[in-house]
Design a protein around this ligand. Sequence first.
Ligand SMILES: [Cu+2]
Length: 708
Amino acid sequence: MPTTRTVDSLFGAICSTSAGSISGKAERIRAVLGLKGSFVASPLPFVSVSFLQPAGAAEAGPTPDVGPAIQEPQTLAPAARSQNTLSNLALAPGVEAPPVSEAREVAYDLDVIYADGQIWNPTTQAFDKVKLRSYQSEAGVPPSFIAPAIDVYPGQTVRITLHNKLPADTTCGVMGGSANTPNCFNGTNLHSHGLWVNPSGNGDNVMVSINPGVSFQYEYNIPQDHPAGTFWYHSHRHGSTALQVSSGMAGALIVRGSRFPSIDAHGDLDTLLKPVKDQPFAERTLVFQQIQYACRDAQGNIEHVDSDPTKPYYCPSGQIGTVEDYDQFGPGTWVGSGRFTSINGAVLGHLDNAVAGRVERWRMVHGGVRDTIAFQLRKRSPGSADPRNLRAADAESYVNANCTGDPVPLHLVAADGLTMAAVTTVKEALFQPGYRWDALIAFPEPGDYCVINDLAGSSASVNQTVRGVQILGFVHVGSGEVVSGEPSDYLARQLEAAAEANMPLSVRERVLNDLKNGMKLTSFTPHRDIDDKELTGKQTLTFNINVSQPNETFFQVDGRPYDPNRIDRTLMVGGADEWTLKSDFVSHPFHIHVNPFQIVKIIAPDGKTDVSAPGAIDNFARDSNNNPVVDTQYPGLKGVWKDTLFIKNVPVGGGKTGQYTVVVRSRYERYIGDFVLHCHILDHEDQGMMQNVRIAVPDGQGGVAEHH
Ligand SMILES: [Cu+2]
């Protein structure tokens, strides 16, 4: 006789503090789960969801879900048609608007508000109430701390009106006062990270501050030749960037493409990733966030478990977690907070509806601020312990006891949204803040899988400390095809079948040959290599944190903190530079707006080993016992295009540190204007680790024209 347990009974336990009517409870649960409307109509949440356990085998079945389901981010719906175009261009009554994918112009509204909600806290096994600055797409949608996803198409004019509905903030002066002291926490703006669009005016312009009460319409003219891929958006007002992004103000921005490759032009990877014609691989978007909310006592100090500052953050019953000051950032604060990295706003949630052997495309975005993510998927042993009681500090022993399968191969196909020259298979995808990886994943057999944030060696990570293994959630994989043999061979067969089904005859043979020859994606890579002949100049850059003065810390690029009134480098449109990037103190993710760059080489501290080469071993760092630490994040990056890249400076033993020399090339096509480069540890950016960059037109005499 099978026993039936409903998920509701489990949630009933979790939600036992929730008072009020059933419908009120449903509303709250819906808010947490981000469930679609049909669930709301049911007076009995979750009665439709149950699972069976065979009698006498209570420990052998799947582990019951205790966390929320990880939903796809809600896709932002276009604004009402009346707001979509100028009134004299509005469609006549009765004329249907084209689908968004074909619309030449599309408009969206995005509110910035304080949202009340709750976030699951595994440390206390209860929901914490939170009040956080948040993007919301429309009134009435339950608060969720993942911004809506925005789908855009090449050739489209995308207008996003940002409505700052945060309370008035007297610290929002003209930028330039205390430029590198965090300020104007209620001022905001919008950055489309990785988009190749105009940085000026109302384009991807992060120089503007949208203060409380102000609405501003951004206009992204996505060029017809813009690469399709996984990008993202977040606030980028110098002085409040880290605070807002760490509150969850980040969302996926996906450029969808339908251009087939041709004899002389690349196509969109999207046209290949279809197992049969016109039916894409199952796709998931995962936005990782590090929402570091805290509760504060009457004196304004962050509260900790047992009032012990060495223990995790703690919110006593009735208090509301917030992100309201920069003492919540800094070395070690994320690990110390005991918070979990969330996926699409869900802490320790579960991804459903995977099928064994079915290839899925996972678009993954590191939208967090302060922790490196070493992403891994491992099979969970049947009958594993209920993860309900999992505190961050216990995650490592949980993983070691239960997540014991081999890592599921991750077949990386795009770095920072840009299709790579070949599929690269890894056991672990390393994300620094700002990074994206698109991976093709086929779970080898049915069952539950753990989503793990593995140990990143101290030299590989933002904090340069060894943090324990964390668990980010679970994946339920149903019955399908069992993958036997070499996973890469299995994937290659799937991709070859996809090419047979989808590729036009003119290029089919070429695409197939590429796939058979090391799973090359040559017909889908958007940028051609930058060779020596194309170079027109050189740039150098060094990050530093200057701690030489007592009680003062300066976050610097090239020895100077950010000055909003200074243009740090003027580049020539049409040119291409080779950049040499270094860090004098710890490691920092370098990000530059507008144009991506291609990695040429990464020279280790020994001054000669190129650790970006495929198969290179990067073991130059030493741990506290002077043993070498292997870091896998650089090998294989040679030739890869990205917009964000970790620049390492690591301990090499004997109290010394070693500097890596990162060489990249970038061409400055089409767009002129002023924008920024910066460290993507965003509290470093807010405090000065940023530069103004100008791209200008040539002066006709071998130089670059200065502005008049
Ligand atoms: Cu930094």
